[in-house]
Design a protein around this ligand. Structure first.
Ligand code: PLP
Length: 390
């Protein structure tokens, strides 16, 4: 048996993504299951995008492109982030099209970290950050945000920075997977003040930026242009998870090594997906709005329904997730066990908060990227499950 690199050892890595896939696979076997586990839009990719991709297949020789993407694509990305977030990036030197935000995270971390560096990660969080940091022989410093309404506060940030000497970067994600919370302009400004002083890189995963409700999304890149590595993508805003398109925007000096790493890993992203992405970014905004309106309605129905059942829920301001506290009367209190019990007893699949790291223990993540009928059925299932503990 060949010896695995230490960091590749499954036991050593925090591979929560595998737990999620395993739970989802188990849920899919249950006939009639109400599956609210997936963080995937349940809409078709917009027609305008599909048409552009078909035309690319028929009309163009599908060759390799520049590593960071065709200029038409990096220009479309630069125009989009300027239009939406008032950010200015040079499409030739400061924008990189990646295989989803997943690759953006990998490329960014690989380009800036040296072995032994520390990376701050507010928790609960998306599952890939921690293992990627570990793979690069660096130290993830998880900051539990459960006590501060699932948001990082400037005070806690300052304390954590003071306690660690090797911090090279922080990974922010807002609106957040798994909680749906986000930062408003004032909160962001307060965090930016501390981060400016600390002078560390800010990897900002803003993949849900287009799916915000009640608040306007503001990118931290606007406040910290020199330090921020902005990561965003088309998976959620344009229902394009399988097309695998994300992007990085960063100052030229920071982007330069990233373009090299990205080229080594990929040559470039798929040329068909590049054509699709150009269409989405230039012609797909009405589709994003249409989907967002639906998510907002679903959020309201689910949130009001859960409140009516007297559950404690974080009111989501973005993404398509709701984070619900395991009620104190439910037994056992363990969120992983409760998720399994809900599946067995009510055929309702939601994810344990613990799968998103330390800060998520005692919560359940409900995805409302699902039909209204499924959300109504989920409310009934929660009600029935809860009755057993009366
Ligand atoms: N970042 C966050 C916060 C996510 O929730 C996800 C997917 O669920 C991703 C990144 C990955 O996105 P992509 O499809 O662009 O790789």
């Amino acid at each position: 048996m060949p010896i695995l690199k230490q960091q590749m050892n499954k036991e050593a890595l925090q591979l929560h993504a595998q737990e999620i896939f395993a739970f989802n696979a188990q849920a899919s076997q249950v006939p009639g299951v109400i599956n609210l586990t997936l963080g995937e839009p349940n809409f078709s990719t917009p027609d305008v995008v599909k048409t552009a991709a078909k035309a690319a297949i028929d009309e163009q020789p599908l060759r390799y492109t520049l590593p960071q993407g065709k200029i038409e694509l990096t220009q479309a990305i630069a125009d989009y982030v300027q239009r939406h977030y008032h950010l200015k990036y040079d499409p030739t030197t400061e924008v990189i099209a990646t295989i989803g935000v997943t690759e953006s995270v990998f490329v960014s971390l690989m380009s800036i970290l040296n072995a032994g560096d520390e990376v701050l990660i507010p928790s609960p969080c998306f599952t890939i950050y921690q293992p990627i940091v570990q793979l690069l022989q660096c130290q993830p410093i998880m900051i539990n945000t459960a006590a501060t309404n699932f948001k990082l506060t400037p005070e806690v940030l300052q304390q954590t920075l003071a306690a660690h000497q090797q911090v090279k970067a922080i990974i922010l994600n807002y609106p957040s997977n798994p909680t749906g919370s986000t930062y408003d302009a004032t909160e962001l400004q307060a965090l930016a003040t501390v981060l400016r002083e600390a002078g560390i890189f800010v990897l900002s995963d803003e993949i849900y930026s287009e799916l915000t409700y009640d608040v306007e999304h503001k990118s931290i890149a606007q406040l910290l242009p020199e330090q921020t590595i902005l990561m965003n993508g088309l998976s959620k805003a344009f229902a394009m998870t399988g097309w695998r398109v994300g992007y990085i925007c960063a100052p030229a000096a920071v982007a330069k090594p990233m373009i090299h790493v990205h080229e080594l890993m990929t040559t470039s992203i798929s040329t068909v997906s590049q054509a699709a992405a150009i269409a989405a970014l230039t012609e797909g905004e009405a589709d994003t709005q249409r989907m967002k309106d639906q998510y907002a309605q679903r959020r309201d129905v689910l949130y009001q329904g859960l409140l009516k059942l007297n559950f404690t829920v974080i009111r989501p301001q973005g993404a398509f997730y709701m984070f619900m506290k395991v009620p104190t009367k439910w037994q056992p209190q363990d969120d992983v066990q409760i998720a399994h019990d809900l599946l067995a007893a009510e055929k309702l699949a939601v994810l344990p908060g613990s799968y998103f790291g330390v800060g998520g223990a005692g919560y359940l993540r409900i995805s409302y990227a699902a039909s209204m009928a499924d959300l109504q059925a989920a409310l009934t299932a929660f009600e029935n499950f809860s009755k057993k503990f009366n």
